[in-house]
Every structure is written in structure tokens, then in C-alpha cells.
Write a protein that binds this ligand. Structure first.
Ligand code: FAD
Length: 465
């Protein structure tokens, strides 16, 4: 059996693993990365990137369709609108191809050795990889587990046939006439909205009393309103029970305990994701877990010396930029640098319509942690740029300590607010005070002026409201 000996072995080439390997290679660490599928992981292949491509295509189509129907509020008229889903998916696949081959190029450039196949632990320092040319043993001083996550199905709705996960939804060649989305979290709503804009009749079934249950109700309200405008039917407090005998409909127990039958060509189940650990020999290593996830400390160390874990396999928040930040940090720690990170600074974006972005604490969370706070909120209806873009719904909110004005958190809902995430994260990272944001000159006319105004409002002297 062939054997490789290296300093650092990274298992999984998603955003966590590939960033870790690239940084380690840049730092001169002899690094091997093992990937059983395509480089780029969930994010580039079946997650962030393909979903945003589809969301963009759906939005473009929805705008043109409005124009074709003579409903353009800004006075533009066009002829008939049509969408060729197979071509849209082909365009999306092209983007994925460009980005994933870019990851391979970057790994080669950083002198990282790539091994294709599934890695399974033999002991804490050794894995066996089943490659196309036979089994290979890799021994390393340090191992990083970056095996990511996979969709969870429901016992009553196993994946297969009409019941699909986000992975299949991103590659459908035909538009489902009737789509039922089970799970009103961000993945289900992003995809459900995209399909509704492309012409599907969409119903969302959510077991909790509110869609996007982790967000404050005022951030979710504009999204709910838009779902209504798009004709998306939302059932909250409702449980999916299983398929009808002929498989053409979904039985749902509604909030009033009444059973409903929802006809569906496709049932998209987006009820969560679980760590991908099966088949990689992790059970035998007996690493400490936090629920199903690998337990890590603030430096991403597991309970076994020399083994780190990063990204989705370590639990929430399951976000690509968190995995990347952890990957970069671990590479530097392995190189002997002192590094830690502050998870309060991770922004989270929901690419719904309108978008939601948050960083740090909401007002409720800040109060629950015992802070006396001041809150400034500024509506996009008073922002000139938002008006000129005909999307003035939503607001920006800043939460700060009442005694020192230290910013504890920022939230926004509105068109395109994902682009405010860097400013939010920057404010958290630098330990900004309200005066830092209020005193920064923001270009006019931009949506970002709403952040400055929210900070001014918290200080008691907003200028444009
Ligand atoms: P992954 O990306 O899952 O990569 C893990 C890799 O390890 C995979 O390539 C897998 O094949 C490989 N692997 C697993 N086991 C083995 C083994 N034993 N041997 C070899 N290789 C192995 N996040 C955002 O931040 N923004 C978004 O907009 C966003 N949108 C999303 C949309 C959808 C539809 C989905 C599903 C997810 C989205 N996410 C988003 C989440 C994001 O994709 C994940 O948080 C991110 O990919 C996690 O990175 P990771 O490196 O931990 O794991």
C-alpha cells in the first residue's frame, strides 16, 4: 500500500478545508488535502454559490415578467417573458465549474498535495484513503477534520422520488408546477422564493410559529409580506406527516390540528443539516461531541491532541465564512502563530427577498445578557438611494451599550442589505462605538447611509428622520 507522510493532513476540501490547506501551504507547511468529491464542498457545488445564481436568475425573470405584464412601477414595457430552466442551470453549472477548478489551481499554487478519495481514520495520526488507483495510507503530525455536513431528511419523508433536498433542487431541469417546501429556514425560503419567481406554485410548511424562527419578528415581517405578494402560501405551526398513497400529495397537520393534503410535483425538505462523519472512522476515535457535532475549543482543537475540527462538522452557525475563518486560523496555529477568534463577529445573511443581515446581539439578546442598551433604527423609506431603486422597505438597526456606546449588534432587512455585512462585521471586530459609525462619512446616495443614521438616532440626533 502506498504511504504518504506529511506535517498537516486536511480531510475535506470545502471552504473550511481548502482555505486551511492553502494558508498552510503559503506558510511552508508540508500539507496534504483529501477530498472524496469535487473541491469546494457544499458551498461551491451545492450550496452558497449555485443557490445565489438561481436566486439571481429568478429575480431577473420576475422583473421582466412584471414588465411584460405591464406591472412595472418604473414604467418599462417589454414583450413576452420566458425562462429556459435547463439553460439557467447550465449557466449556474458554469459558475460552479469555474470556481471549483479555481480552488484546485490555488491548492496547487500553494504546493498542497491533493488526494482524491474518501479518508477513513485508522488512528489519530493515520488515515486510509480509497483512491481510484487503490488504497493509500497518509500519516500526519496534525490532522484537520473539515468533512462538513449533509441534508437531514424526515423519517416520514425520506429523500427519493418527488422528495428532494436542496442539492437536487439546485439542478432540476424542469420547473415543478407545485412545489411544497418543508422547513421555513433560510435555505427553504431562498429556494422556495426563487422557484416562485420562476413560476412554480409554492407552499412553505414550517413547524414553528414563525418562519426563520431564529430572527426577530420585525426582521421577518417584510420577508413574509413579499412571500405573500409572490403568492407563496405559508403554513406555520404545521407538521409534514408523509406522502399520500399515490405519492402526488403531502399530508400536513395544520396549526389547528386539522389534516390538509397539499398536491405537489416536488417536495423540498430543508429541515436542517447534520455533520458528515459516517464512514470516516471517526466513531472509533471517540472524540468529544456536542450533540452530533465535534466539540472544539476557541482554537478549534478537539478532545484529541493534534486533531482539529473546523466548519459545519463542528455545528452552528453553519456558514461558509465561519468555516474559512476557522481554517485560516488553524493553519496559522499549526505554523506556531498565536491566534484565536471571536465568534460574536460572524455576520449571517439570509438571501431571501428582501435580504436579512445580522451581526452580534439583537436587542432581546443584549437585554437577556444583562446589558442596558440604546437602540437606533432607521427605515429605508427615508433613504434616497433605496427610493431610487424602488425598494425602500426595511430598516437598519444598531444596538449599543447605554453606558459606553459600544456596539453590541447590528441588524438590517431590505433589498441588497447582504452588502452591509462587511460594515456590520467590521464594527463588531474593531469594537466600534456609536460615535465611530456616526462620525464616518458615508457616500451619498447609498443605502449604507442608513447605518450612519441608525447610529445617529441611537445617539439622539438622526438628521434625516
Ligand atoms: P463542506 O462545504 O460541506 O465541505 C466538506 C467537504 O468534505 C466536502 O467536499 C465533502 O465531500 C468532503 N468530505 C466529507 N467527508 C470526507 C471524507 N471522509 N474524506 C474525504 N472528503 C470528505 N453558507 C454561507 O455562508 N452563505 C450562504 O449563502 C450559504 N448558502 C447555502 C445554501 C445552501 C443550499 C446550502 C446547503 C448551504 C449554504 N451555506 C451557506 C452553508 C455552507 O455551504 C456551509 O456552511 C459550508 O459549505 C461549510 O463548509 P465546510 O468546509 O465545513 O464543509
Amino acid at each position: 500500500m502506498k504511504e504518504i507522510v506529511c506535517k498537516l493532513l486536511v480531510i475535506g476540501a470545502g471552504p473550511g478545508g481548502y482555505v486551511c490547506a492553502i494558508r498552510a501551504g503559503q506558510l511552508g507547511i508540508d500539507t496534504v488535502i483529501v477530498e472524496e468529491s469535487k473541491p469546494g464542498g457544499t458551498c461551491l457545488n451545492v450550496g452558497c454559490i449555485p443557490s445565489k445564481a438561481l436566486i439571481h436568475a429568478a429575480e431577473e425573470f420576475a422583473v421582466v415578467r412584471r414588465m411584460a405584464a405591464g406591472r412595472s412601477p418604473i414604467g418599462i414595457r417589454v414583450g413576452d417573458a420566458a425562462i429556459d430552466l435547463a439553460k439557467t442551470i447550465g449557466w449556474k453549472d458554469g459558475i460552479v465549474g469555474r470556481l471549483t477548478s479555481g480552488v484546485s489551481t490555488l491548492l496547487h499554487k500553494a504546493n498542497v498535495k491533493i488526494v482524491h478519495g474518501r479518508a477513513a481514520f485508522r488512528d489519530g495520526k493515520t488515515v486510509e484513503v480509497e483512491t481510484e488507483t487503490g488504497a493509500q495510507i497518509i500519516r500526519a503530525d496534525t490532522v484537520v477534520i473539515a468533512t462538513g455536513s449533509e441534508p437531514v431528511d424526515l423519517a416520514s419523508l425520506p429523500f427519493g422520488g418527488r422528495v428532494i433536498s436542496s442539492t437536487e433542487a439546485l439542478s432540476l431541469k424542469d420547473l415543478p408546477e407545485k412545489l411544497v417546501v418543508v422547513g421555513g429556514g433560510y435555505i427553504g425560503l431562498e429556494l422556495g422564493t426563487a422557484f416562485a419567481k420562476m413560476g412554480s406554485e409554492v407552499t412553505v410548511v414550517e413547524a414553528m410559529p414563525q418562519i426563520l424562527p431564529q430572527y426577530d419578528a420585525d426582521l421577518v415581517r417584510p420577508v413574509l409580506r413579499k412571500l405573500g405578494e409572490l403568492g407563496i402560501h405559508v403554513l406555520t405551526g404545521a407538521k409534514a406527516k408523509g406522502l399520500s398513497g399515490d405519492g402526488n400529495a403531502l399530508f400536513v397537520e395544520a396549526a389547528d390540528s386539522q389534516e390538509q393534503q397539499l398536491p405537489a410535483d416536488r417536495i423540498l425538505v430543508t429541515v436542517g443539516r447534520k455533520p458528515k462523519t459516517a464512514g470516516s472512522g471517526l466513531e472509533e476515535l471517540d472524540l468529544d461531541r456536542s450533540g452530533p457535532y465535534l466539540r472544539i475549543d476557541e482554537r478549534c482543537r478537539t478532545s484529541m491532541r493534534g486533531i482539529y475540527a473546523i466548519g459545519d462538522v463542528t455545528g452552528e452557525p453553519m456558514l461558509a465564512h465561519r468555516a474559512m475563518a476557522q481554517g485560516e486560523m488553524v493553519a496559522e496555529i499549526v505554523a506556531g502563530r498565536k491566534r484565536a477568534w471571536d465568534k460574536r463577529c460572524i455576520p449571517a445573511v439570509c438571501f431571501t427577498d428582501p435580504e436579512i443581515v445580522t451581526a452580534g446581539l439583537s436587542p432581546g439578546e443584549a437585554r437577556a445578557q444583562g446589558y442596558e442598551i440604546r437602540v437606533g433604527q432607521f427605515p429605508f423609506s427615508a433613504n434616497g438611494r433605496a427610493m431610487t431603486m424602488h425598494s425602500d422597505e426595511g430598516f437598519v438597526r444598531v444596538v449599543a451599550r447605554a453606558d459606553t456606546n459600544l456596539v453590541l449588534g447590528l441588524q438590517a432587512v431590505g433589498a441588497g442589505v447582504s452588502e452591509l455585512s462587511a460594515t456590520f462585521a467590521h464594527a463588531m471586530e474593531m469594537g466600534a462605538r456609536l460615535e465611530d459609525i456616526a462620525g464616518t462619512i458615508h457616500a451619498h446616495p447609498t443605502r449604507s447611509e442608513a447605518i450612519q443614521e441608525a447610529a445617529l438616532k441611537a445617539l439622539g440626533h438622526a438628521l434625516h428622520i
